[in-house]
Design a protein around this ligand. Structure first.
Ligand code: AMP
Length: 625
């Protein structure tokens, strides 16, 4: 049978014999109580996978490997920032996770409580996550690059009992102190300030005051303690991960426990093809979904070794990642296309310098992978390169090629075909009718979503339904991406259909950026859009209308405001001060026209525009630079 036939057969099983299919996958996970039904779906679109089963995620990721793999490395931490390398075996990880769980308990954390983790890429961050799920608490990891406002809105929404943080992160040799950012966010929150557990790396000054505890001291107090894993219902939330949408309020993507565990483990077998005992290197951050899934949970659930990397891909030189592949005999690597585009600029010499024969497959996801970069890296590496398409919401690939089934031929620019369990549909955006081959349509997924996908928005079931299941009814999940499928069944992603943008694989909501800019007293109105960028995919550009009553803010003041409140990733590349924004007669900002102009293109015909003269003035401002 050819690989494409094998794939088709496997996919068909997942669609036509859904329960048997997932029953089989669920055998790869330890259940404390077996589930009664594979899927309970009596309240669409809310799916309860493995209903009635109980399990513990930490037990599956750590304890179950102790007998066979206690001395095997679970985590290899490499920091090119601190010039350190630390190996942590499964036995050592077990000890640390138990102690951290005991610390949480001593701080009053119970099952169902939230713990917010605002950490750099250090092993304590992973320990903090695993200890959390060990006691049935729910973690919410916030990317360490986010700043005060972004952090505060997440704290307010998740209402954590404890925030785990560090004195500082490091980036490109620069120390980024976290405490001032956390303190500034505490000024903005509206809830009772959560307790703080602080890992002191000795990098930045910080005061431990009331409600603030030192990680090492607390761990020492709990040395040697064992905390039995709390068995939770399959549908019990394991974590919340905030992502951007079209409104300014971030959405807390909530993931269950049982479905998540099964989906992660199964993806290692069928998609990534990583065997227990092998090593995976995911160049991402634990603050993003790729980090949750493929730095932490999937490799550890598989009994594999995961490399946790703190640093840049080009420092000390652009060969650093390839040197790690050689040194640790990495079998599977995962990163974002932007990282490869950065490395591409430096050529292939540093790839050829290392023995990369252990690397079977490099997976790339998080943003569009342009054909040129796909071709370049495929030629440069001895192994395969696979583009996969997914979202924070799904937690694992929607479209991909399958190393575990047998790779199908790659088409550059295409993330191949739907993953088992995903009933992908391409429909006309106004009629919901399926589109023909090679025609652009909205990418939808027929509900129920497979195991491992978001189960709701934290604390807001209504928003979950309204956001994702309102376009064409509760049976269709909207990805908000356009795509087309060619005559061979390969999919091509054509970009988002909403105001969400993607900078270097990081998803940002333009609304959140606009709200922060509006905080400045001189700003009356603002439109932030994403414009094409060769390296990062997209960059933020903002158009600001200032008040006549106050002194206008400078461009650099406004850029600094965004960095301070959201984080450097959201910092606009350009800010243009304009006299007005193009709007319809009913007052709706014509964002597409603004984006075209920012990209140097003609805004096109705008029959609904209220005052066309603003276009001239915007074009003139952009030309001036
Ligand atoms: P995030 O939730 O941050 O992972 O962002 C998800 C969004 O990134 C998707 O909705 C797509 O717009 C985009 N995306 C992710 N992976 C790919 C890919 N392989 N090709 C094209 N776009 C992608």
């Amino acid at each position: 049978m050819s690989n494409i036939q094998k794939y088709k057969e496997f996919y068909k099983q997942s669609m036509e014999n859904r329960d048997d299919f997932w029953q089989e996958q669920a055998k790869m996970i330890d259940w404390d109580t077996p589930f009664d039904s594979v899927l309970e779906y009596n309240n669409p679109p809310f799916a309860k996978w493995f209903h009635g089963g109980t399990l513990n995620l930490c037990q599956n990721a750590v304890d179950r490997h102790l007998a066979d793999r206690g001395d095997q490395n679970a985590i290899v931490w490499v920091s090119t920032e601190e010039d350190k390398e630390v190996n942590i075996t499964f036995a050592q990880l077990h000890k640390q996770v138990n102690e951290a769980a005991a610390v949480y308990k001593s701080l009053g954390v119970e099952k169902g409580d939230r713990i917010l983790i605002y950490m750099p890429m250090i092993p304590q961050a992973v320990v903090a996550m695993l200890a959390c799920v060990r006691i049935g608490a729910i973690h919410s990891v916030v990317f360490g690059g986010f700043a005060a406002h972004a952090l505060a809105s997440r704290i307010d929404d998740a209402t954590p009992k404890v925030v785990v943080t560090a004195d500082a992160g490091l980036r490109g040799g620069k120390t980024i102190a976290y405490q001032p950012l956390l303190d500034a966010s505490y000024q903005q929150i509206t809830i009772t300030p959560p307790k703080v557990l602080l890992v002191n790396r000795g990098l930045a000054e910080g005061a431990l005051g009331e409600g603030k505890y030192d990680w090492d001291e607390q761990m020492a107090k709990c040395a040697g303690q064992i905390v039995d894993p709390v068995m939770v219902e399959s549908s019990h939330p394991s974590y919340i991960l905030y992502t951007s949408g079209t409104t300014g309020t971030p959405k807390g993507v909530q993931r269950d426990t049982g479905g998540h565990a099964v989906a992660m483990r199964a993806s290692m077998k069928h998609i990534y093809d990583l065997q227990p005992g092998e090593t995976m290197f995911t160049g991402s951050d634990i603050g993003w979904v790729v980090g949750h899934s493929y730095i932490v949970y999937a490799p550890l659930l598989t009994g594999a070794t995961t490399i946790l990397y703190e640093g840049l891909p080009i420092r000390p030189d652009p060969g650093i990642w390839w040197s790690l592949i050689e040194k640790f005999k990495v079998s599977v690597m995962f990163t974002a296309p932007t990282a490869i585009r950065v490395l591409k600029k430096t050529g292939t010499d540093l790839i050829n310098k290392y023995d990369l024969t252990s690397l079977r497959t490099l997976f790339l996801a998080g943003e569009p992978l342009d054909s040129e970069t796909h071709r370049w890296i495929s030629d440069a590496l001895p192994g395969n390169v696979v583009d996969n398409y997914w979202q924070t919401e799904t937690g694992w690939p929607i479209l991909t090629n399958f190393a575990g089934i047998g790779l199908m031929e790659n088409k550059f620019g295409s993330p191949t075909m739907p993953a088992y369990g995903f009933d992908v549909m391409l429909v006309d955006e106004s009629t919901a009718e399926p589109v023909a081959a090679n025609e652009k349509g909205s990418l939808m997924i027929k509900a129920p979503l497979p195991p491992g996908c978001m189960t709701t928005i934290w604390g807001d079931d209504k928003r979950f339904v309204e956001t994702y299941f309102s376009r064409f009814g509760k049976e269709m999940y909207a990805t908000f991406d356009y795509a087309l499928r060619d005559e061979d069944g390969y999919y091509f992603i054509m970009g988002r259909d909403d105001d969400v943008i993607n900078v270097a694989g990081h998803r940002l909501g333009t609304r959140e950026i606009e709200e922060v800019l509006c905080k400045h007293s001189s700003v009356v109105e603002v439109a932030a859009v994403g414009v094409k960028d060769e390296l990062k995919g997209q960059e933020v550009v903002a158009f600001v209308v200032s008040s006549d009553q106050t002194e206008a803010a400078s461009e650099s003041d406004l850029k600094a405001l965004v960095s301070r409140e959201i984080g450097a990733i959201a910092r606009p590349k350009n800010i243009y001060m304009v006299s007005g924004l193009p709007k319809t007669r009913s007052g709706k900002v014509l964002r597409r026209a603004i984006r075209s102009m920012a990209e140097g293109e003609d805004p096109g015909d705008l029959p609904t525009i209220d005052d066309a003269s603003v276009l001239e003035s915007i074009i003139a401002t952009i030309k001036k630079g």
